[in-house]
Design a protein around this ligand. Structure first.
Ligand code: IMP
Length: 498
């Protein structure tokens, strides 16, 4: 006889609808904020947040460099997949960190270097602007590709071609991007070196990067204005993978596992707490209050929840383990709220797997999640790291689970003991650019929150009223009993949409 047999069925997000509340001037669409905590941070609760409640899944077919850059610029983050070598993954993190950073820690050169050597260095590094410093890192000047011609000046020294400090505009001890922008605007230059009060070089700020920051008001960044970068790890090779990711300046880690309620994950979290106490780590996935408590007590700063619901997932069929995502959120939220009452620590919950569109997202949030993770949704976009294919005259992109045979090909020993797969490989309809899709999704979430009469996700948690719907009322809620000559697949049974 089992220890517990629950006869109440577990429920999915599809089975719930939100009841509207009073919409006021304070909760009109344009007043709604989608800001949400990313992980618990002890000394500064606002240190890590998202500007939209959506992140992309740590999957080979979803989250690479392009997704990492684009999503962070739009206010979310992509979890760079761990099913690759640590050095490949760290390389991806580094590329996102280096992308249009606000305050760039520059590669410097010495004034007696030959222009020929500089040309070689520029080729190797892939950039062409170098500050010139002395042995004490004191700024002497700057040299860019406009200052020499390698066919003519190869034998000259950098000091003979550089722009000298006295002819440049230099910022002293500035750490505010707006202030740097104001100086650059007046300066006629495209780059601003920032030095400390002793004249030692700290950063470069590029005009084009500032423009990029100003064009992306929702972007999420670290204290040096570099894009926030998150990556997955596993419970097998963390002792070598984590140092490589930290070296690449990763901000937050997530332990990637379909079942996170294990001592292996507990041990990984404890090792991280001991060796990297300042690095926030998301634990998961769990689907019970006990699982939540275990991960948080082991050191998790946020907990990812859900099992068996992913579009490519066959965990439930293969192992018989799992729970409907709505029930998972309800149960784990109860544990999270109790933990908050007991300790004062608010641990964000991430609903993961099977979330299709805006209505699923807002229902997951209303039930208690702080943000959601999606794979299939993002795999359809230009920014996912896969090539488009045409199948039956439809443009598609491949999408495969991390537990599928395809994803497991990379590993050396990780899954060698498993004799079965937990995920499948298929195709999703190509959807275009992320920037052309996300606004529609976000606007639906905001419209829904406005209907409920709330303007923040925190308020949604407090005020939302939800109701289970019958199969017939779901049918009633769909298009029915009309003839649509240009039958738009968007409203057909497969929901490809946003
Ligand atoms: P989707 O958004 O419905 O496509 O689900 C994505 C989520 O499915 C991921 O964030 C993972 O939690 C989960 N997942 C990814 N790969 C697999 C797999 O191969 N088997 C089971 N679950 C998976």
């Amino acid at each position: 006889m089992a220890k517990n047999i629950y006869t109440e069925p577990s429920r999915t997000l599809m089975e719930y609808r939100l009841l509207p509340g009073l919409t006021t001037e304070k909760s009109t669409l344009f007043k709604v904020s989608l800001k949400t905590p990313l992980v618990y941070s002890e000394n500064n609760p606002d240190k890590y947040h998202l500007n939209m409640p959506i992140v992309s899944a740590a999957m080979q077919s979803v989250s690479g460099v392009s997704m990492g850059i684009e999503l962070a610029e739009l206010g979310g983050v992509a979890f760079i997949f761990s099913s690759q070598t640590a050095s490949q993954q760290a390389g991806m993190v580094r590329k996102i960190k280096k992308h249009k950073a606000g305050f760039v820690e520059p590669e410097t050169v010495h004034s007696n270097m030959k222009i020929r050597e500089l040309v070689q260095l520029a080729r190797e590094k892939g950039f062409k602007t170098f500050p010139v410093v002395n042995n004490n890192n004191v700024l002497l000047g700057i040299i860019t590709k406009n200052d020499y011609d390698h066919t003519v000046h190869g034998d000259l020294k950098v000091s003979e071609r550089m722009i000298k400090k006295r002819n440049m505009t230099v910022g002293v001890d500035i750490d505010n991007i707006k202030e740097a922008n104001a100086i650059l605007k007046e300066s006629h230059h495209s780059v601003l070196p920032i030095v400390d009060e002793n004249g030692c070089l700290k950063y470069l700020v590029f005009r084009k990067d500032i423009r990029n920051h100003l064009n992306n008001p929702m972007e999420v960044v670290d204290e040096k204005k570099r894009l926030l970068t998150t990556a997955a790890i596993n419970t097998h090779d963390y002792e070598t993978r984590v140092p490589a990711l930290v070296e690449a300046s990763v901000d937050i880690l997530a332990i990637d596992s379909s079942d996170g309620h294990t001592v292996f994950q507990g041990n990984t979290l404890k090792w991280l707490k001991k060796n990297y106490p300042q690095l926030p780590v998301i634990g998961g996935n769990v689907i019970t209050g006990e699982g939540f408590d275990y991960l948080v007590e082991s050191g998790a700063s946020a907990v990812k929840i859900g099992m068996g619901g992913g579009s490519i997932c066959i965990t439930q069929e293969q192992k018989g383990t799992g729970r409907g995502l709505a029930t998972t959120i309800i149960k784990v939220t109860e544990a999270r709220n109790q933990y908050f009452k007991k300790t004062g620590k608010y641990i964000p919950l991430i609903a993961d797997g099977g979330i299709v569109n805006a209505k699923d997202i807002v229902i997951a949030l209303a039930l208690g999640a702080d943000y959601v993770m999606m794979g299939r949704y993002f795999s359809r976009m230009d920014e996912s790291p896969t090539e488009k294919v045409t199948i039956n005259n439809q443009v598609m992109k491949p999408y495969w689970g991390e537990g599928s045979a395809r994803a497991r090909e990379w590993k050396e020993l990780r899954y060698n003991h498993l004799k079965f797969v937990e995920g499948v490989e298929g195709f999703v309809q190509y959807a275009g650019k992320l920037r052309d899709n996300l606004p529609e999704t976000l606007s639906k979430i905001m419209a829904s929150m406005s209907s409920v009469g709330v303007s923040t996700i925190e308020e949604l948690h407090e005020k939302a009223e939800l109701e289970v719907v019958s199969a017939l009322s779901i049918r009633e809620g769909n298009v029915h009993d009309i003839y649509m000559p240009q039958n738009d697949s968007k409203y057909n049974t497969i929901d490809w949409g946003n």
